[in-house]
Design a protein. Structure first.
Length: 369
């Protein structure tokens, strides 16, 4: 328990190595909000998973900035004694906004753990020191381009390939990749682009022995996913639809999915993500850690989360070089066996490199009581 003396809100921008196309749009750069908190004893860092536009979720960089600057930040600075665990109550007066809340929860937990000299992975109950990594491959202009990217990632050692799909860019994309690589772990992610009317296409994906079909239907739906799951053989995985541990419990009870993508930033931070993990573990449902093209700050947070025992499938925790020409932190590197080491220093174990942070900062504001 400590007092947060000061906070800093930063908006950072980094070019991507290549545009990333999904069913909801194309990203050619990454922009995100970072929070740095200072307590009496330590600093802590959090990265927000919201992006430039409200397309993956209703939150976006400006809404996150406004929520933290106007409501969440002042609430934290006003308290004489805060801990990451007390924030879900403290933040109850702000409805929704889980991505904004996650940024502060993670930053304050990072500061607490740095003060105690404990790593986030150890705090969360890690049962591994390295994490198995997959990679998410954007929609390409041509099938040849897709083949070349997949071949490149497999040569680097990635242990699962996830193809982004969209209506009309699905079976014809998955078929050649499966033909090239009959034995790899292969999955698809539709980012909510289909409806139950498309059941024939989704059922046709059964032929490709996919590890999972991620979020085929509406971003807030559970009931239709349950109907779809009953009609196809492939395991469904939910991403957008899971915004809390309560959502995860409801999804599993309904049979809306058989696998859960846990993104800490989407569910309100690592503490709620741990609760989602616990729901999955108790139900015997495999989980894995999703990504949102995070910089090294969010990547370190995700890697620590993915060390928990219920994360049994390859995670979207790819190397810095898969996303950025230069990361904000020391780069995260993929080992040739497709695993990544989890930082073991206190807290998330990394901080932004000062020169890189200065070069990438677009906007900055100091928050004080
Ligand atoms: O749906 O998992 C998703 C990136 C941005 C927004 C949504 C998603 C993704 C990815 C990339 O698939 C995962 C990553 O490598 O960070
Ligand atoms: Mg997804």
């Amino acid at each position: 328990m400590t007092r947060v003396r000061r906070g800093e809100l930063l908006l950072v921008g980094l070019p991507l190595v290549r545009p990333f196309r999904t069913s909801f749009g194309v990203a050619d750069r990454k922009e995100c909000v970072l929070v740095r908190v200072e307590t009496d004893a330590a600093e802590g860092w959090g990265e927000c998973v919201a992006d430039i536009e409200p397309d993956f979720s209703s939150e976006w960089n400006q809404s996150v900035w406004g929520a933290i600057e106007g409501f969440l930040g002042p609430a934290v600075l006003h308290e004489h004694d805060v801990s990451a665990g007390s924030l879900s109550d403290l933040f109850r007066f702000v409805r929704g906004n889980p991505m904004a809340k996650a940024t502060l929860v993670n930053a304050i937990l990072d500061a607490e753990l740095r003060q105690r000299d404990e790593s986030l992975a150890s705090y969360l109950g890690a049962d591994k020191r390295t994490v198995v990594c997959g990679v998410s491959v954007g929609i390409t202009e041509t099938v040849d381009e897709l083949r070349a990217q997949v071949d490149g990632y497999l040569a680097e050692g990635y242990r699962r390939i996830k193809l982004k799909i969209a209506p009309g860019l699905d079976l014809d994309r998955v078929a050649p990749i499966r033909a090239d690589h009959p034995d790899i772990l292969l999955s698809v992610d539709a980012n909510a682009a289909y409806t139950l009317e498309d059941v024939d296409v989704l059922r046709a994906l059964d032929d490709f022995e996919l590890l999972m079909i991620e979020q085929p239907l509406h971003h807030e739906d559970l009931v239709q996913h349950a109907k779809l799951q009953a009609q196809i053989r492939s395991d469904l995985c939910l991403d957008e639809s899971i915004r809390s541990a309560a959502d995860a419990a409801a999804a599993l009870e309904l049979g809306a999915c058989r696998i859960v993508n846990i993104k800490q930033g989407r569910v309100g931070g690592v503490l709620e993500a741990r609760a989602v993990h616990d729901v999955c573990l108790r139900a015997g449902v495999p989980a894995w850690c999703g990504g949102m093209l995070e910089t090294g700050i969010g990547r370190a947070t995700n890697l620590a989360l993915a060390t928990m025992p219920g994360f049994t499938l390859p995670n979207d925790t790819s190397a810095s070089a898969r996303y950025f020409p230069e990361d904000l932190t020391e780069p995260f590197v993929l080992a040739s066996d497709g695993t990544m080491e989890v930082p073991h220093g206190p807290g998330i174990g990394v901080v932004p490199l000062p020169d890189r942070l200065a070069a990438c900062t677009l906007r900055r504001e100091v928050l004080e009581a």
